[in-house]
Design a protein around this ligand. Structure first.
Ligand SMILES: [Zn+2]
Length: 500
C-alpha cells in the first residue's frame, strides 16, 4: 500500500475512533430510517449516499491489495478516477453526516418568531370538526364555545381550512331519515356557518380554493360526510351530495351499513357483516373516484379499508384516525394499514381524542365508561337536543375528570410514529374537535397550534415538514383526486344499485 494511502487510512481510523459514538449513532439512524422507509431523509439523498459510499470504497482500496471481486474488477484497473478516492471518501462523510445531523433533535433554541412565522405561513387544514352537530341546533359559531373546542375567535388567524363534518348518526337509518339529516347538515354548514359569516368563511371545494382563501386571510369551509348510510344505498344521492359541495365521505360511522363493514360493531354478532365492501360498496368507491370525492376510511373495519384501497384508483384518506401501535383502539390504524395507505399516496389525519391518542387514557377509560354507559344511554334518548347535549357533556366531564388526560406529548408521539411508518408526506391533522369528550388541554383549540409547532420543531421537524403535516399533504391528495376525476370525465356515471 502506498504511503499516502496509509496516511489516509490512518486518518480515517482516527476519525472513526474519535467520533465512534457519533458514527455508530449515525449509522444506526440511517439503518432505522431505511427500514422504516422514512422519507424525512429524502430518497434522492439515499441514492446519492449509496452511490458515493460505493465509489469511496472502490477508490479506497488498491486493487492488488484487496481480495475477491474487487481485485477482479475491470472498472478499477488503472482507472484515472481512482486518484479522486480521497475526495470521494470526504464526500461520503459529508453525505452521511449532513442528513443525519438534520434529523437529530435540535439543540438550538426555538424562537417565538420562528414558531409564529411557520404557524402563520402553513395552511392548517383540519379534516374533521363536528361543530355542525351544534350549529344545526342553533349554536352560532361566532359566540364563545365554553365547553367545546370550535369557535370563530379561536379559528381566526390559525386555521386555513375546515372540513365540517356532515355527520349522520346511525339512528337516522331507522325510517330512512339519513338523506334528510344529511341535507340538514349540509345546510347548517352552508347557511349557519358560511353564509352567516361571509367575512370569515369562504365556501371551498378544491385545493386551489383553499389556497386562495388562505391568501385572502379567510377560512376555507369544506364538507365531508361521516357515515356512508347517508346515501341511502343510492349513487344518485352520492352525486347530489357531490354537487352540493361534499368532498369526502367516511364509508361508515360506528355502524355497519348495507355495503360496508364498520369497526364499531364488528364484534356484534347480531349485525349482518359483509367481509369488507360488497360489490355495491366497491361501486360507491369507484363513483367517488369518478366524481372527485375523497374516499375516507376512518371508522371502517380493517377489511373495508383494504377493499377500498384496492378498488380506489385515487389516493384515499383517514380523515380522523391515529396510530394503533401507540394507542391500541381499533379506531386507529395498524402500521401495515399506514404503510399501505402511504404507498397509494394517501394521508392519515391524526385524531386528538384522548382515547385514540393515549394508551394510558384508553386503558383507564374502559371500566369508567362501562360504569357510566347506562346513564349515557338514558341521556341519548332525551327528546330535547339542547338538554340531551348538556346531559351528555356533563357525563363526559364526569368521566374525563377521573382519567389521566392525554397530552401534547401524546399528539407528538402519534405524529412521530405515523411519520416513521408512513413517511412525512402521509400525515396530517383531523382533530375531531367538538365530536369527542376529551382532547389534550395544551391543544384545546386552533389557537393553541403554535404549541404544537414548537414541540415539532424541538423534536427535529423542519418548517417544511410541519407545513406538510398541517395541510400540504392533504392539498396534494385533493389535487390528485381532482386530477383523477378530470381524467375519468368521459366515463359514464355508474348506475348499479344495492340489489345487483
Ligand atoms: Zn368520527
Amino acid at each position: 500500500m502506498k504511503s499516502w494511502r496509509l496516511l489516509f487510512l490512518q486518518g480515517f481510523l482516527r476519525y472513526t475512533v474519535a467520533h465512534c459514538r457519533f458514527v455508530r449513532q449515525s449509522l444506526s439512524n440511517i439503518v432505522n430510517r431505511c427500514q422504516q422507509n422514512d422519507t424525512r431523509w429524502p430518497n434522492k439523498n439515499t441514492h446519492i449516499f449509496g452511490f458515493i459510499l460505493f465509489c469511496s470504497f472502490l477508490f479506497f482500496w488498491e486493487p492488488n491489495d484487496s481480495p475477491g471481486i474487487i481485485q477482479e474488477s475491470p472498472i478499477l484497473k488503472g482507472h484515472p478516477l481512482r486518484r479522486f478516492h480521497s475526495l470521494a471518501a470526504t464526500a461520503f462523510f459529508v453525505s452521511a453526516v449532513l442528513p443525519v445531523a438534520a434529523q437529530t433533535p435540535r439543540t438550538k433554541p426555538v424562537t417565538d418568531s420562528e414558531v409564529a412565522s411557520i404557524t402563520r405561513d402553513a395552511i392548517l387544514i383540519d379534516t374533521h370538526d363536528d361543530i355542525t352537530s351544534k350549529t344545526v341546533d342553533g349554536y352560532d359559531i361566532a359566540t364563545p364555545n365554553k365547553r367545546g373546542q370550535t369557535d370563530l375567535a379561536r379559528m381566526k388567524g390559525f386555521l386555513g381550512a375546515e372540513f365540517f363534518a356532515v355527520y349522520v348518526g346511525a339512528e337516522y337509518v331507522n325510517g330512512n331519515h339519513s338523506a334528510n339529516r344529511t341535507l340538514q347538515m349540509i345546510d347548517t354548514t352552508r347557511t349557519d356557518i358560511i353564509a352567516a359569516h361571509p367575512n370569515d368563511f369562504v365556501f371551498a371545494t378544491t385545493a386551489d380554493e383553499i389556497v386562495a382563501a388562505h391568501n385572502q386571510h379567510k377560512i376555507a369551509a369544506l364538507m365531508g360526510i361521516e357515515g356512508g348510510h347517508a346515501i341511502e344505498d343510492s349513487l344518485r344521492l352520492l352525486r347530489d351530495y357531490y354537487a352540493l359541495g361534499v368532498r369526502y365521505m367516511t364509508l361508515t360511522h360506528f355502524n355497519t351499513n348495507n355495503w360496508a363493514d364498520s369497526q364499531g360493531d364488528f364484534e356484534d354478532t347480531k349485525v349482518k357483516h359483509h367481509n369488507g365492501l360488497t360489490p355495491f360498496g366497491k361501486d360507491v368507491v369507484r363513483e367517488m373516484n369518478r366524481l372527485g370525492m375523497m374516499v375516507d376510511i376512518s371508522h371502517t373495519a380493517d377489511k373495508t379499508f383494504y377493499d377500498a384501497l384496492e378498488v380506489s384508483t385515487a389516493p384515499i384518506i383517514a380523515s380522523h384516525s391515529s396510530c394503533r401501535a401507540v394507542s391500541s383502539h381499533t379506531r386507529n390504524m395498524t402500521d401495515d394499514m399506514i404503510r399501505a395507505l402511504a404507498a397509494k399516496g394517501g394521508t392519515m389525519q391524526i385524531n386528538f381524542d384522548c382515547a385514540y391518542l393515549s394508551q394510558r387514557y384508553s386503558d383507564a377509560a374502559k371500566p369508567i365508561m362501562a360504569e357510566l354507559r347506562p346513564r349515557f344511554m338514558e341521556a341519548m334518548k332525551m327528546e330535547d337536543p339542547v338538554a340531551r347535549d348538556a346531559a351528555i357533556e356533563k357525563l363526559q366531564e364526569e368521566s374525563t375528570a377521573k382519567l389521566p388526560p392525554a397530552t401534547l406529548a401524546d399528539v407528538v408521539a402519534q405524529i412521530d410514529h405515523a411519520v416513521k411508518i408512513g413517511g412525512i408526506d402521509h400525515v396530517g391533522i383531523g382533530t375531531d374537535f367538538d365530536g369527542v369528550g376529551c382532547v389534550p388541554a395544551e391543544l384545546s383549540s386552533y389557537d393553541k397550534f403554535p404549541v404544537l409547532t414548537r414541540a415539532l420543531l424541538e423534536k427535529g421537524y423542519s418548517a417544511s415538514d410541519i407545513k406538510k403535516i398541517y395541510g400540504g399533504n392533504l392539498l396534494r391528495v385533493m389535487r390528485a383526486v381532482e386530477q383523477h376525476a378530470r381524467e375519468l370525465k368521459s366515463t359514464p356515471p355508474i348506475e348499479s344499485n344495492i340489489g345487483k
